[in-house]
Design a protein around this ligand. Structure first.
Ligand SMILES: Cc1ncc(C[n+]2csc(CCOP(=O)(O)OP(=O)(O)O)c2C)c(N)n1
Ligand code: SF4
Length: 252
């Protein structure tokens, strides 16, 4: 299928995992709507044969909230990028989690602004190069999964495009959980991120995800035992699965 993604981009993998989860859920095309903001990742709904809304930058969750409140029987899925969700869309993200509105949010975190040529985002790792951090990023990084947990989402998980089975399972678990489900996928962007950070090949970025992730449960065990997890490792797994009051649930 013709698409806009660069060769080796991870976005297709995340779309595939999400659609497999939709199939496993048995959701019907007429009852399911995909919504996104703007960015490479936010082009995703255009490739899905359901009704969809490709909205304005950072506003996907505001549109999704409107759809869900008007049509609670719909299954609402949001595709977004780290910039779209946590920079310009940061407040919508926090308040959608706080309200715990019944939607599934899939964030392709490529750690950069991909579509606009590689500016740094709130998720650009410390020291990483981008067009706006030519000497290495120095600002503290947002941990999107921890942010969603703190703000109140009922289901939160993080995986990567290396972990396709776990990612699919997590998206399905999020779809099954009432309230806001946030699934973050760290995703390779060889063009805007990899090329500037000695990970020019897609496989370089995927290898990095394989070798620099640690299961959240293991990380907690190590920390409890007073052992240090290297700073350049990041945790994957399920961060929250709970039952806070929700908004916009399906009519019984
Ligand atoms: C109000 C507004 N500001 C800025 C832009 C330009 N813009 C388009 S996409 C984008 C960044 C997208 O980054 P991200 O959400 O991380 O998605 P990616 O392209 O990396 O998947 C920006 C700044 C815009 N379209 N609208
Ligand atoms: S710039 Fe990055 S995120 Fe955008 S399509 Fe290319 S590889 Fe994918």
């Amino acid at each position: 299928m013709p698409h806009i993604f660069c060769t080796g981009c991870g976005n297709g993998t995340v779309i595939n995992c999400t659609l497999n989860a939709v199939v496993e859920m048995g959701w019907e095309i007429d009852d399911t709507i995909f919504i996104s903001g703007i960015g490479c990742s936010s082009r995703a709904p255009g490739y899905v044969a359901t009704d969809s809304l490709h909205t304005t930058h950072g506003r996907a969750l505001a549109f999704a909230t409107g759809v869900k409140m008007a049509k609670p029987d719909f299954n609402v899925v949001v595709f977004t990028g780290d910039g779209d969700l946590s920079a310009i869309g940061g407040n919508h993200f926090i308040h959608a989690c706080r309200r715990n509105i019944d939607i599934t949010v899939v964030c392709m975190n490529n750690m950069i602004y991909g579509m606009t040529g590689g500016q740094g985002s709130p998720c650009t790792p410390s020291g990483a190069f981008s067009t706006t951090t030519p000497y290495g990023a120095s600002e503290p990084v947002f941990d999107l999964a921890e942010l969603a947990v703190a703000a109140g989402a009922n289901y939160v998980a993080r995986w990567t495009t290396y972990h396709v089975k776990e990612l699919t399972k997590a998206i399905k678990a999020g779809m099954e959980t009432p309230g806001l489900s946030f699934i973050e996928s760290v995703t390779q962007c060889p063009t805007s991120f990899g090329r500037r950070n000695k990970q020019r090949q897609p496989s370089d970025m995927i290898d990095h995800m394989k070798t620099h992730t640690i299961l959240l449960s293991k990380k907690k065990r190590l920390e409890e035992a007073g052992q240090k997890v290297p700073d350049d490792y990041f945790a994957v797994g399920e961060f929250a699965r709970r039952n806070r009051p929700v908004m916009g649930v399906k009519n019984k």
